[in-house]
Design a protein around this ligand. Structure first.
Ligand code: DGY
Length: 420
């Protein structure tokens, strides 16, 4: 075992708060949804009981309508804003009121595979939670049955202040009823974080939806930000494939058919978002009706969930190579050279271990193993040089954001063993 593997495991142990893992101390002091799914896959490599616990604790936050929130506030902490009093949600355990990318079922399949048949009951309970969440996605976030699910808040994307949201966010007012008292810039340099104006808009959205009592139909009607998003839909589709696999394994044939229908719908819808002139996929702004052409990593995430024709896959990979040319760490979350590109600022350029993880899976699925290996090597050596930072400046390779980061540790463990 190398020191880096030991260090990754140490970080996951240090960030443990009782069966769940905080992303990092102080900056993110609660349980975050997609962070925990990646962490569970990391644990699945050496402690399958702990892997199940991570998902079980996340499922404690699931709402009666099926939504699994982006944050579960298991214990109080005063190092984070916005805390439970801002969200005004009604679930037993305090939670946020929005969701995050549905990596959960992808993780559950991996955890189940690591555990084997003996863990059927434990898998079944989590499978049912995942199924309820997938149904929620299609009912609450695609009420018109288009196959693309929509986000009502940029934080739901996980790619919080990506340039992909700039045009849609510009329409969101900066007024808030909740005073904005940022804590994040007390932990991390302000140049690496969203700007104050972004935060006012983030909180305007939270205030608006809290005023709807978090009722999905009312939120849908009143949402000033509504984006049918390809990264999230691609993750939902990959998770849907894994969920369908689990349904069949568990003998739940009718549910497997229901999930297969969701998957078929999303597969077709994502394919319809391919833009040959851009060599990538695009999201749609449901308020303006326009394509979102901002050049971000999301445009390539569909590789994770689709088996593309060879010509399409190689066009996408050629474009990915152009974005990566000359960088110390690929893959950039915004195309270098654009006005919106900022190599150190949260989601506006930096490379992230977990995004690379998903892209690597997608590249392999589409027969692009060589570029997948390059990305894997680039990710592992960035971590080995700089440590387990939240993300990396693609030009200098510098580790940025929060340090001792759980999902970077999980990504290291996963990629080090070669991936799937
Ligand atoms: C944040 O950055 O605090 C948001 O909660 C993102 O999840």
């Amino acid at each position: 075992m190398t020191d880096h593997i030991q260090e990754a495991r140490r970080i996951l142990a240090v960030n443990d708060r009782g069966g769940y893992t905080v992303p990092t101390d102080r900056l993110y002091p609660f349980q975050w949804n997609w962070d925990s799914a990646f962490v569970a896959m990391g644990f699945a490599l050496y402690d399958v009981d702990r892997a199940y616990r991570e998902l079980e604790r996340l499922a404690e936050g699931q709402w009666a309508d099926g939504m699994i929130p982006h944050i579960v506030f298991h214990q109080p902490s005063d190092t984070y804003f916005p805390g439970p009093s801002v969200w005004r949600t009604k679930h037993g355990i305090p939670t946020s009121g929005i969701t995050q990318p549905p990596v959960f079922a992808i993780a559950l399949r991996q955890v189940h595979d690591a555990a084997g048949e003996g863990a059927r009951e434990r898998t079944l309970a989590l499978y049912l939670a995942a199924l309820k969440w997938h149904r929620w996605w299609y009912a609450a976030r695609d009420p018109e049955g288009t196959g693309l699910v929509a986000l009502l808040h940029p934080w739901e994307s996980g790619s919080d202040n990506s340039p992909a949201w700039d045009a849609a966010m510009a329409r969101v007012p900066t007024t808030t009823t909740t005073p904005v008292v940022r804590k994040d810039i007390g932990h991390v340099h302000a140049d690496m974080r969203p700007r104050d104006e972004d935060y006012r808009r983030f909180i305007h959205l939270v205030d608006t939806y809290a005023d709807c009592g978090w009722n999905p139909a009312e939120q849908w009607a009143r949402a000033p930000f509504k984006v049918a998003e390809i990264q999230t839909t691609a993750i939902l589709l990959k998770a849907g494939e894994d969920l369908e696999h689990l349904a069949r394994l568990l003998g739940r044939t009718e549910e497997a058919e229901e999930i297969a229908a969701f998957n078929a719908l999303s597969r077709k819808a994502i394919l319809g978002q391919w833009r040959p002139a851009l060599s990538r996929f695009v999201s749609r702004d449901l308020v303006s009706g326009a394509d979102i052409e901002a050049a971000t990593q999301a445009g390539f995430l569909p590789l994770l969930a689709l088996d593309l024709e060879a010509a399409m896959a190689s066009a996408a990979v050629a474009e990915m190579r152009r974005w990566s040319a000359g960088l110390k760490v690929a893959f950039p979350t915004t195309k270098p050279g654009l006005a919106a590109y900022e190599p150190k600022r949260y989601w506006r350029g930096p490379a992230w271990g977990i995004i690379n993880w998903l892209l690597i899976e997608g590249l392999r699925r589409n027969g692009e193993g060589a570029f997948a290996e390059e990305l894997r090597g680039s990710t592992l050596s960035a971590i080995e040089r700089e440590g387990f930072a939240e993300y990396f400046d693609p030009e200098t390779g510098e580790g940025c954001g929060g340090l001792g980061f759980s999902w970077t540790a999980a990504a290291y463990l996963w990629l080090k063993r070669g991936g799937r």
